[in-house]
Design a protein around this ligand. Sequence first.
Ligand code: CA
Length: 234
Amino acid sequence: MNGRVLIIEDELELGELVQLYLSKDGIDSDIASTAEAGFGLMANNAYDLITLDINLPGMDGFEFLQKLRQNSNIPVIILSAREGDEDIVLGLGLGADEFVNKPFAPKVLVARIRAILRRYRTDQDDHNTGNIIFGAYSLSAEGYSLEKDGSRIVLSTKEFEVLRFLVQHPGTSFSPDDIYQAVWGQEYGDVTSVAVYIQRIRRKIEDNPTIPEFIVTMHGRGYLFDKGKINNES
Ligand code: CA
């Protein structure tokens, strides 16, 4: 099974132990010894899951998770030696997927990682296959194509990816930051380009781009693809 895990852990030996067990399972990983270094690695690499230590020098695991969840839904397993951490995570609704207490058996941790990766991948695959029909349009997520009444609409790769992201999550509003993170896969960058892409897409799919029917502007909240426009998935 492949996949790539980011291990945020300041105890190098423990990080390397987890890395070793993951590599036996064919799972690649990188180790960040601080939360800040974790964000740095995430800016340049795509990960499928994060294991997160709580007691870290500088930004701690709670702060990391809080910041991460503003724009990412990557699965997170918290590894903690502190009693009561689970209560804090649950209490604050920080959005961890699992909680593992230290000390733990590496085999058990790897089994949990595998289970989450498998579940997550299945969800992703569900989103990524099949054509999505809206209005007179048919979007093929896999084929990277958009057709209207059977004729292909020419979109740039990023225009397509922005549209696909919105179409795959109809009825949910996304800020330009959310969209940037999802499509460009980076936390920091020129977020203003998102508005430019939305305008370009509207010019290509909306009858009247100034009164959009498909990609609606939610004032103060970003953009939303109108759920009512999705006809069916086949
Ligand atoms: Ca620690």
